[in-house]
Design a protein around this ligand. Structure first.
Ligand code: XMP
Length: 507
């Protein structure tokens, strides 16, 4: 099917209006506001990330090795979005990526299904080492048949001579524990824990076999983070990226085993024979496991992926901050044009959610990405340099022009996943010549960005601005403005002259 031509007539005028345009080429005409307050806790910003994953906030952190590992993915999910763990680990070395997924899935369980456990006969020194290594304050004690025998907490092992002691000698034995039977709801667990004044509640089935552990800390977190993105077991959700060649199926198998919620097949050009093969192989091995694929930037690309049954599609060829694809190949589509055209292609019989990926450098552009066609937005540069990004802080000398002196400023690195530096790390070719790697065709660059604090206030700022945009638009919610824009885009759309662009976005 020719998606480009099939969808052109329906919204040809809009497509013509946005052709060649990206975020800074437009302003949106303000409308009568119906909102009393611009409050992210009151305005519904929910969206579909993919067919079966809903987010209460439409933000996703990019699968880049200088942006999303477990610390970033945890904050994103706690704040109602999602983090996608990058695939920038060495080929064949799957476990580091799996560990990042495990860290997120273990952060916030209501019921911890497989709590770290030891046997009663384990030497105390080994149990203490296990607690230290796992950074866990509690170990569940079980026998060889996984029957609950007790709990060992940090307090039980404090100031104890470890030499000869075993876990059995220091643990709180089962007859002194409060234990829940079977699956308990949050309310029932909380009530029991308050009544019996305990902070840990192991759960067992009828034969006394351990089925899980509930902690007061996790219940508290659930209440403090009402927007968090969680799975059916109360665990934070997380995604992980894989490639389309090499170890990608093995990697997917391990990630799925670790509890990942969605796999993203992420390659520079997703409308390709390589992607076609990868999706077919993925589907035949993992059936209908939630799968997002990308990147594409055309209606034909969207049609191609949606016909192959993916559950979400990433849109963006070359707009990314760390990206040089357009410079090195002269291929790409301006992001607003891509989003408008791709949205129309995605409106077929199967509505496949689209993720607007890349090119967002100011908060207002997030709102544009969402009304022009994205269901969610993926951000890389906007989160760069924050505490939660991987990588060390380096101090760089910066000249202060006015004072004519230099000061040391902390920086972190942001690099495109197709930059020479990222390729070098993935391929394990530390000693290779830069020129050899350049022959692979780098399409990304590395930049230093000032180190800043946590990403959490940045997300909260973005959400407040998003609510202000909803307010200016005259809608009550994100879903409503998306529909209002679809019904009458020209009520909003103002194409800017060069001087209006300067007036609007140059400061
Ligand atoms: P922003 O603008 O938010 O974009 O930093 C993040 C997105 O940029 C893409 N990306 C790349 N694209 N070469 C590319 O062509 C690269 O090296 C590269 N690294 C990241 C990616 O889609 C990411 O989500």
């Amino acid at each position: 099917m020719d998606y480009h031509n099939a969808f052109m007539p329906t919204n040809k005028v809009l497509i013509d209006a946005v052709r060649g345009g990206t975020f800074d080429d437009f302003l949106l005409r303000p409308q009568y506001s119906v909102l009393e307050r611009r409050d992210p806790t009151a305005i519904d910003l929910s969206c579909q990330f993919s067919e079966h994953i809903t987010l209460k906030r439409p933000l996703v952190s990019a699968n880049m090795d200088t942006v999303t590992r477990a610390p970033m993915a945890i904050v994103q999910a706690e704040e109602g979005g999602l983090g996608i763990i990058d695939r920038g680990f060495k080929a064949g070395d799957i476990s580091p990526q799996v560990r990042e997924v495990e860290k997120v899935k273990r952060t916030q369980h209501l019921i911890i299904r497989d709590p770290y456990a030891v046997a009663p006969s384990t030497p105390l020194s080994e149990a203490i080492e296990e607690m230290r290594r796992r950074r866990m304050g509690t170990l569940v004690v079980v026998d060889g048949n996984r029957r609950l025998k007790g709990l060992l907490t940090e307090r039980d092992v404090r100031f104890v001579a470890q030499d000869q002691a075993t876990v059995a000698e220091r643990m709180t034995p089962i007859d002194k524990l409060v234990v829940g039977e079977g699956e308990l709801s949050t309310d029932a667990a909380q009530q029991l824990m308050i009544e019996r004044k305990v902070k840990k509640l192991p759960l067992v089935d009828r034969d006394g076999t351990l089925v899980g552990l509930i902690t007061a800390k996790d219940i508290g977190r659930q209440e403090r983070l009402p927007f968090a993105t969680r799975d059916a077991h109360g665990r934070l959700r997380v995604g992980a990226a894989i490639g389309a060649k090499g170890d990608y199926l093995e990697r997917a198998a391990e990630l799925i085993r670790a509890g990942v919620d969605v796999i993203v097949i992420d390659i520079a050009h997703g409308h390709s024979v390589v992607m076609e093969r990868a999706i077919a192989a993925f589907r035949s091995r993992f059936n209908d496991f939630e799968l997002v694929a990308g990147n594409v930037g055309t209606p034909d690309g969207v049609g191609f992926l949606s016909e192959r049954g993916v559950n979400g599609i990433k849109i963006g060829i070359g707009p990314g901050g760390g990206c040089t694809t357009r410079i090195t190949t002269s291929f790409g589509v301006p992001q607003v044009e891509a989003l408008v055209e791709c949205r129309q292609a995605a409106e077929g019989p199967r509505h496949v959610p689209l993720i607007a990926d890349g090119g967002i450098r100011r908060h207002g552009a997030i709102f544009e990405a969402l009304i022009f066609g994205g269901d969610a937005v993926m951000l890389g540069s906007m989160f760069a340099g924050t505490e939660e990004t991987p990588g060390d802080i380096v101090q760089k000398a910066v000249v202060l022009p006015d004072a004519q002196r230099t000061v040391k400023v902390p920086f972190k690195v942001l690099r495109g996943m197709a930059s020479i530096q990222a390729i070098r790390d993935r391929l394990d070719v530390e000693d290779a010549d830069t020129l050899d790697i350049e022959a692979l065709g780098a399409e990304g660059t590395e930049v230093s960005v000032p180190a800043r604090g946590s990403v959490r206030p940045i997300i909260q700022d973005i959400l407040r601005h998003l609510c202000s945009s909803v307010s200016y638009s005259g809608a009550n919610s994100l879903a409503e403005i998306k529909q209002m824009f679809r019904d009458d885009p020209f009520r909003y759309l103002i194409k800017l002259s060069a001087s209006a662009r300067r007036e609007s976005y140059e400061r």
